[in-house]
Design a protein around this ligand. Sequence first.
Ligand SMILES: [Zn+2]
Length: 162
Amino acid sequence: MVMQNGDKYLLSFFKNLQSAFKDYAHNISEISSLLDKAILRINVLIEPTIKNELKVYSVPPMRELSGKMSNCINQLREKKEMIAKYFQNINEILEDGKVKCSDCNGEGKVKRLRYEREEGIITSFYEYEPCPTCGGSGYFAISEEVRRQGYEILKALKMIAK
Ligand SMILES: [Zn+2]
């Protein structure tokens, strides 16, 4: 099997996607725990026993819980957008069968500052040269097998990106 230079880049994008999901899960569990606390606060109103009072002893007031929760909900939205972005990114790569070089943004060339000394005066100017990272092609190829397997997993995740 012939592996290509773009394969490891594709893998790093899958890792980004994985950690975005992990972040999302963390956020969800925070919302669940805040809801737990809110329930304790309401419960003590319904049954104001000593036992229930003790349960809410270190629970922040409802207003604070509510503020934290709306923060979490906003973050959840941002994190879902992040997941959708990573998904789109990988989808594009798989469709194109190549990864865009991030150093030259697919241009294949990079600007470099040059200096020239003439009659004691130093002037600087920009010059284009082939991108040393991708060798001037602007892209890295992906091997067929990695592409196929990448698609396999991506199509299962399609729903979340919508
Ligand atoms: Zn490049």
